[in-house]
Design a protein around this ligand. Sequence first.
Ligand code: AHM
Length: 343
Amino acid sequence: MSDSNSHFPPPVAPERGTTLRDHVLAGMRAAPGATGEFTSLLSHISLATRIILSRVRQAGLANMLGYTGEINVQGEAVQKLDEFANSVLINVLERSGHCGIIGSEELDAARTAGHPGKYIVLFDPLDGSSNIDVVSTIGTIFAVLRRVDPTSPPSSSEALRPGRDIIAAGYCLYGPSTVMVLTTGQGVNIFTLDPDVGEFFLSQSNVMCPPRGSLYSCNEGNFARWTDGVKNWSNWIKGEDKEEGRPYGHRYVGSLVADAHRTLLKGGIFAYPADSKSPAGKLRLLYEANPMAFIFEQAGGVATTGSERILDLAPTALHQRTPLVLGSRDDVKDYVDFAAGNR
Ligand code: AHM
């Protein structure tokens, strides 16, 4: 061969694209005074999700299916994978050195680090855990907030901030492929894991939730427990009206990550209203509803309790529950009108 450079390996195919780390770094370079800690924090979260994925993929083989026999703070049976995912996230985040406070669905109270880290991270380590045993889509949901005074000793009450203070949120979906949906407050981007390389690569940028969809997603088994307004909405959305595009199709996985992801991409509405059994709603405000609400608003969608903006709720407890309705702007408006008794 005449080429004098032929002994060098061929360059990495440039078309492979932008990694999650490249993407966050580019945002950091554009932010005056950035220190790299935020980029490092998000890289640690990405690492934790890849470690969780490795165990999710082997669940049946590694005898990780089923229950530990313990009951968590919410009175629910803890599954082995929940426990594993929780400890991975805590270990990785504590080692990062950037987190002053960590709040998780699987912790009794928010945990304070021994050092004054800049950030608060709140997460549901494994959302949709009832789907683990049936090999359906599950995921990790997280929100990142900046501590008001990063030099002060961290206190667990600092986790109780409204969702509008979130600076980054995302979820990682462990499905047929593994995707990380991330917003740092400048639109929503989707990264897909290349399992051979072990990296997330940007696969969809500036994702927008369509203003109206044709699917609705809720646990219809709760119908008898809903208010009249919600029952009327449910009957209306199932009713036949060709001109208005009804009936809507119904989809419900029972994993918030999966139901929200479909709603984000295809439009429509996801609703988990309050009901007579769960008068405060079922889903948790700080690490399920808030991160999803932040993502949907960043994508031009809406997230509400049915009457109030989710991101404006003032939390009083780490495991506070809330009704959650999110999705396409026009579909959520229909729901709000029915719930208020205006239709
Ligand atoms: P989990 O934290 O125990 O996984 O429960 C949260 C899940 C959500 O992912 C999902 O939207 C909802 O609970 C499903 O509830 P239901 O089974 O009542 O329909």
